[in-house]
Design a protein around this ligand. Structure first.
Ligand SMILES: O=C(O)CCC(=O)C(=O)O
Ligand SMILES: [Fe+2]
Length: 270
């Protein structure tokens, strides 16, 4: 991607608000950035691709959260963020750091469960995520739940739990075309989708370590590919684990709690 030269910029007031909100809360929402018509078409394409894709067992299908590379069909979203000045603002915030881009969609299936709260990164190696609402996101179809301010210091899981950080729970309603800009150090989770339609939420990440140089919209071919979110699906054990955690989410939190004490990872994410 061409990230050099004079990028379009946000207005001075939007730029100040973005910086302040990111610092204070760990996220900011910019409204009505991406045009709705092309987003509707993108959603239609995603639905079509999902219906015709080969289904796998486990790999997030039990808890109801999948990932997807949207390929070429999502390039216009990057262009809209670029033209609005969001790309320029993110690059300015990350001056001197790596800014390779990854483009994905979080595909929250009907009847999904809540994810566990997590950060997307290791604390010391943060990046920026722009989440774009491909459809309206409301309390029914699985809004993202964020815990404002939790990006400011590192919480090992035992502290996260004992200090009851989950009380900060804030469900982010978004309209189609809105953009959530957040730091990867902000604790958050996906929530249950109680509707009959999947809820797609796009993400463009800047500086994620697994991102490779080159065009993020031709990654894995330029088509649409669905793949597992967190849970593996290589073995029966992976699938069993996902079933158990769906039925009894406390098994995961208890495991994380103990692990964060006996085997602290320092600044690791998840
Ligand atoms: O789909 C969402 O709302 C959030 C998903 C997420 O945070 C993740 O998979 O890391
Ligand atoms: Fe996440």
């Amino acid at each position: 991607m061409n990230q050099q030269g004079n990028e379009p910029q946000l207005s001075a007031s939007e730029s100040t608000r973005l910086k302040e909100d990111l610092e204070e809360s760990g996220y900011a929402i910019l409204r009505n950035v991406v045009p709705k018509g092309p987003l509707r078409e993108l959603n239609d394409r995603l639905i079509e691709a999902y219906e015709s894709s080969e289904k796998f067992e486990g790999g997030g299908t039990i808890v109801g959260h999948l990932n997807c590379f949207p390929g070429e069909s999502a390039r216009f979203v990057y262009d809209a963020l670029h033209d609005y000045g969001i790309v320029g603002a993110v690059l300015a915030l990350r001056e001197g750091k790596s800014n390779e881009i990854l483009s994905r969609v979080n595909w929250n299936l009907p009847d999904s469960s809540a994810q566990h709260y997590h950060m997307d990164s290791a604390f010391a190696n943060d990046w920026i995520i722009c989440n774009i609402a491909i459809v309206d996101v409301n309390p029914e179809n699985g809004p993202m739940d964020v815990l404002p301010g939790t990006h400011r210091e590192f919480y090992p899981y035992w502290r996260f739990a004992l200090e009851r950080k989950a009380k900060l729970s804030t469900l982010l309603a978004m309209e189609q075309g809105d953009v959530l800009v957040r730091t990867s150090n902000l604790w958050h989770r996906g929530t249950p989708n109680r509707t009959k339609a999947a809820r797609p939420l796009m993400s463009l990440t800047f500086g994620e370590p697994s991102a490779r140089e080159g065009d993020p919209f031709v990654l894995n071919g330029s088509g649409i590919t669905f793949y597992p979110n967190w849970y593996g699906n290589a073995t029966r054990k992976d699938i069993l684990r996902e079933r158990i955690e769906k039925a009894l989410p406390v098994t995961r939190s208890a495991g994380r709690f103990v692990k964060s004490i006996v085997r602290p990872h320092g600044y690791d994410g998840y």
